[in-house]
Design a protein around this ligand. Structure first.
Ligand SMILES: Nc1nc2c(ncn2[C@@H]2O[C@H](COP(=O)(O)O[C@H]3[C@@H](O)[C@H](n4cnc5c(=O)[nH]c(N)nc54)O[C@@H]3COP(=O)(O)O)[C@@H](O)[C@H]2O)c(=O)[nH]1
Length: 753
């Protein structure tokens, strides 16, 4: 009846064991009390009926293994109808010898030792389907207690065994996922496991790949190469959710191989990741002859779920691997991958004796886009620019994004000259209008080119050369292309050391303010002082702002310098007031970076507060071109400053192309006519016309107007005649140190209050 002892274990007493014990007790009672024959017969029939209702297998055998008794389940399981057909026969009459021998051996041990044998799990081979039984065997004793045979009971535990197996498989699959087994190996193992749960069923696991709409065969362990080839690149049913269409396509591919005579059914189950995105399908090919183990469907559901988890993990790992080498925004190579690609390109060029052109592309004023339109608009713009660069350059080389708005293009087998045509096309493509939501933008770029092997022997050096060339393009007015020259290295070295010196100057407090008076020509009084910074560089003397402000702006050092200027100027204005001098306005230049800095309002308020200066005595000079770079942002900022109570003046007025309608929106107190218009008065009629137009414009708008750079009497006369009463320039005084300015103020007519 059974074969193959798998394991021994104690079980809680089952109903069949109770029945067995009762039956043995009844037999014993009958033997011990002959006067109760009738009762015993009745009881025996009652007991037999009861035992026959039990689905477990219960039997008794003599010492030779012959059946003495069995319930109906045993009779039926041996293919018989009546107990009488079984009694007297042995397992050897029903089972192959080697199988019957296993049971006989266990029963022999029980009868010889008198020890019961509890809970062995045995695989039954009677049915075509796998069947597991749990056996218990106890000695059968006669009235004297002598062992006369064996009583056995077994229970079908196939469902329990299959549940255990499912659990084990599930645990194994989870372990594979946790161990990071490759997705392909995982699917191979999964397909094998499913195939083991059903005979005559073929399993194919297909995954979605880079080709949209196609499924790629990942695992089909029971299929030969011809089938596998046919199944690969099967189209996914429309909208990927149409699994019936997918199944039909897979069935067609399977049948198309014409290997099997049998008409197979194809069932498709979607494999989805945690977000419900289709990652692949599980295709099951079955025929009428297919046989399934209990719990097959449950295992398939678990398998599909596990495949989804593995797919999610696989996707996450692939993403992590991708991000290690790529820029997440544009998908382009990042700096690490660029270095590797560039090194490889250089090695190839060495072996071929060719050149590599390297272009460094930086967008001009990209920060303004970010600051004024927000980072999301900035990101959109970068993606569009990246696409344009990619569209033109991808056939010729590799492209990387290595910083916010910095792109690098490696052009293999190209010298600098031949790369120029392509890079010009890229520059033109970048500058084409870009539509962002409702705004249309234009952004220019500066490109620097360096060439291997002439301009750098390592990837780092070559990139630094291209970077220097790009900076040269910026210096030349942006929106252009510059080639690297060896002089640039010297210039860059100089710039680097200058930056370092400037940084040290900030730490060592090497700055000083000079003050230039602004005079009311009607009264001859000094009405304001412009604070102008100088760098007292040890061993070099005074360095003027023209030689370091741009560098400070570029390196960000303008922030601490500007803060110092603001504080010192406010303190000085207050000090003059404290000395009893007539209060005058102090005018301070604010650079682009300072103006855009978030904490500007706080910085100004702090400087005023620390100095104890009334805000109305502080004027901030902002250049017209700075305002025009981001008109609405600048106006908003100007209003914030105005709320503090400080005055605002537009420096270099007339050079920044502000429209009249824009000018009306600026909360200004003064316009400063740029000295470039004053310089050629009285010789340049155009400048004179412009100057008088600016003056009358200011008057009409109710603004004060001051002319800077006034060096001659003629210039002053012209300005006074044109209606400009405030004048600043060498004619009255150069910028001077604080002490000298105090004396100027003291001796300036009715200086004292
Ligand atoms: N962000 C900051 N910028 C500053 C600061 N201090 C100065 N600056 C900027 O540097 C520019 C040059 O300044 P400077 O070399 O001091 O030149 C000033 C005057 O010396 C010069 N000037 C004045 N009168 C005349 C003249 O009659 N002729 C002539 N050729 N030059 C003259 O003009 C400069 C002042 O110009 P402006 O500011 O436009 O009124 C200077 O322009 C500032 O932008 C600082 O602290 N922060």
């Amino acid at each position: 009846m059974t074969k193959g002892v798998i394991a021994d274990r104690k079980l809680p007493i089952s109903i069949s064991e109770v029945a067995l014990a009762s039956y043995a007790a009844v037999l014993r009672q009958g033997a011990e009390n002959p006067h109760r024959d009738v009762d015993v017969t009745e009881q025996q029939s009652w007991l037999e009926n009861m035992i026959n209702q039990i689905p477990d297998y219960i039997y008794a055998k003599d010492l030779e293994g012959r059946f003495l008794f069995a319930n109906q389940a045993v009779v039926t399981n041996n293919g018989l109808l009546h107990l009488a057909d079984l009694v007297g026969r042995t397992d050897f009459d029903f089972l192959p010898n080697h199988v019957a021998e296993i049971a006989a051996e266990v029963e022999r041990r029980v009868t010889e030792t008198g020890l019961p044998h509890f809970g062995s799990e045995e695989l039954a081979f009677r049915t075509d389907e796998e069947q597991w039984l749990m056996f218990t065997r106890v000695p059968l004793r006669d009235a004297s207690g002598a062992i006369v045979g064996v009583v056995g009971a077994s229970r079908d535990i196939t469902a329990q065994k299959s549940a255990e197996r499912r659990m084990r498989s599930q645990a194994y699959l989870l372990e594979m996922i946790a161990r990071g087994t490759s997705f392909r190996d995982f699917l191979e193992e999964l397909a094998r496991m499913i195939a083991e749960f059903a005979k005559g069923v073929h399993v194919a696991l297909l995954t979605t790949g880079t080709d949209p709409g196609l499924l790629h065969l990942a695992a089909a362990p029971t299929l030969n190469n011809e089938y596998r080839r046919r199944l690969n690149a099967t189209p996914i049913g429309s909208a990927s959710a149409d699994l019936a269409a997918t199944a039909a396509a897979l069935k067609l591919a399977f049948g198309g191989a014409n290997i099997s005579e049998i008409d197979h059914q194809c069932r498709c189950l979607p494999i989805s990741d945690a977000d419900g995105q289709l990652e692949g399908v599980l295709a099951l090919y079955s025929s009428e002859d297919s046989q399934y183990q209990p719990g097959f469907s449950e295992f398939v559901s678990i398998a599909v779920h596990m495949a989804g988890i593995a797919a999610s993990r696989h996707r996450a790992e692939a993403r992590i691997r991708f991000l290690a080498d790529h820029d997440p925004l544009t998908g382009m190579a990042n700096r690490a991958l660029l270095d590797r690609k560039l090194t490889l390109a250089m090695q190839k060029a060495d072996s071929k004796g060719s050149e590599v052109a390297l272009a460094f592309l930086d967008l001009d004023n990209f920060k303004l886009v970010n600051d004024s339109l927000g980072h999301s608009a900035g990101d959109q713009l970068l993606k569009i620019v990246a696409d344009r660069i990619y569209g033109l350059a991808s056939d010729h080389g590799s492209i990387a994004r290595i910083g916010g708005d910095e792109f690098v293009i490696i052009l293999e087998d190209m010298d600098v000259e031949s790369s120029l045509a392509l890079l010009s096309l890229i520059r033109e493509a970048v500058v084409r209008p870009i539509a962002l939501d409702e705004i249309e933008l234009r952004v220019t770029c500066s490109i620097g080119i360096a060439s291997y092997p002439s301009h750098g022997k390592s990837a780092g050096d070559l990139l630094a050369s291209a970077d220097m060339a790009m900076y040269r393009a910026k210096e030349l007015g942006r929106d252009g292309i510059a080639l690297f020259t060896s002089e640039m290295t010297a210039a860059v070295r100089k710039k680097l050391s200058r930056t370092d010196e400037l940084r040290q100057a900030v730490l060592r407090d090497e700055f000083v303010l000079h003050y230039q008076p602004q005079v009311d020509v009607q009264t001859g009084r000094i009405i304001a002082a412009e604070a102008l910074v100088r760098w007292q560089r040890p061993g070099e003397g005074l360095v003027y702002p023209g030689d370091f402000i741009a560098l400070a702006e570029e390196t960000g050092l303008i922030m601490p310098i500007g803060q110092w200027v603001l504080k010192t100027a406010c303190r000085q204005a207050r000090a003059w007031q404290d000395q009893g001098l007539r209060p005058i306005r102090i005018s301070v230049n604010v650079s682009a970076r300072q103006f855009q800095e978030e904490r500007l309002i706080e910085t100004v308020a702090d400087a005023l507060h620390e100095a104890g200066l009334d805000p109305s005595w502080l004027e901030l000079e902002i250049t017209e071109s700075l305002i025009m770079k981001d008109l609405s942002g600048s106006i908003a900022r100007m209003h914030e400053l105005q709320k503090l109570g400080v005055k605002l003046a537009v420096d270099d007025f007339g050079t920044g192309y502000s429209s009249l309608s824009a000018l009306k929106r600026f909360p200004l107190s003064r316009l400063k006519v740029d000295r470039s218009f004053i310089a050629d008065i009285p010789h340049d009629a155009d400048d004179m016309a412009i100057t008088s137009a600016i003056i009358s414009l200011a008057q009409k708008m109710g603004l004060e107007v001051v002319a800077e750079g006034v060096e001659t009497e003629e210039q002053a006369r012209f300005l006074i005649e044109s209606g400009c009463n405030q004048i600043q320039g060498y004619l009255y005084s150069r910028p001077v140190e604080e002490e000298r300015f105090s004396r100027l103020l003291e001796g300036n007519g009715c200086d004292h209050r």
